[in-house]
Design a protein around this ligand. Structure first.
Ligand SMILES: [Zn+2]
Length: 100
């Protein structure tokens, strides 16, 4: 009920999940894979992000995938999917968050 009482401008205010800065409210999801030959570990970064945090997270996740993602049979294929998937999501995010 408290939300309904807020002015419209406050309802559309979003904050970055990493730094807490006010942001436009674009959502980004990035997948990270760690291949460990016989095992693998997956991590997902998702949420509303500001542009600098999204750029930083994208670079971190993609570099991790490039260097540590491939080491394993399943990991090899998972990483081959995650790299273009993350790139596509990031480009989409960057284009949307550009229109402020
Ligand atoms: Zn941020």
């Amino acid at each position: 009920m408290e939300i309904a009482a807020r002015p419209q401008s406050q309802l559309n205010t979003f904050y970055c999940v990493f730094c807490g800065q006010k942001t436009k409210g674009e959502h980004l999801e990035l997948n990270q894979n760690t291949g460990m030959l016989l095992a693998r570990q997956e991590r997902t970064y998702r949420g509303v992000m500001c542009r600098p945090c999204a750029k930083k997270t994208f670079a971190k996740v993609q570099l991790h995938n490039l260097f540590f993602g491939w080491w394993g049979t399943i990991s090899f294929f998972v990483t081959a999917v995650y790299l273009p998937l993350n790139t596509g999501r990031y480009i989409k995010f960057a284009l949307k968050s550009d229109k402020v």
